[in-house]
Design a protein around this ligand. Sequence first.
Ligand SMILES: [Zn+2]
Length: 201
Amino acid sequence: MFGNSKRFNVKFELADAVYDSDNPTKEINANTTYDPNLPYILIKINKKILNNSSMKQTKIENAKTVLHEFIHAYLYTIANNPIVGPTDIASLLNKKYPVGKEQHDFMYNNMIPTITKILTESRDFLTYPAGRIEVESLTVYTKKDQSTSEPWNWQHYFESISLEGLSEATSYKTDFQVGSDALNKLELYVKYGRTWLDKKN
Ligand SMILES: [Zn+2]
């Protein structure tokens, strides 16, 4: 993503805990911070998403979290430097999104297909056959009142986990309103994936 540039660095840190910058008592999966005084953008990953805490995610969700934070790092770089990468970079990406909330809007509006594609291509490295067999046998309710359902759909699963962490995005709030069928379906996919996809046998 950073091309051949040597000027921009990202540092990963595994932390015992990571907190929301706007709500310091709220523990979160990860965050990315830009500090103009540091020579790198810092991505902190909360160890609890890897271990056996209540925040534990599946391996494929953790991959999504890393992608999500990388996009923040990229957008912070774009926002804080005049020219990055080739000059023909899509004008979309040359827009500046210096604030986390705006970055989440950007991701919601533009990046879900890309994240979904990467996760689709990574699926067989990041999940186990036994777990995949389990989810593929599931029926997922598409309406909250359970009047309609669909067989497990990988595309829908990857879209659902790609949207995790974007709940403050403006369009997310419209598309996944509290109590809606859409939010219920998203939550079911996340839950079923978390239940089964790290199952080895
Ligand atoms: Zn984020």
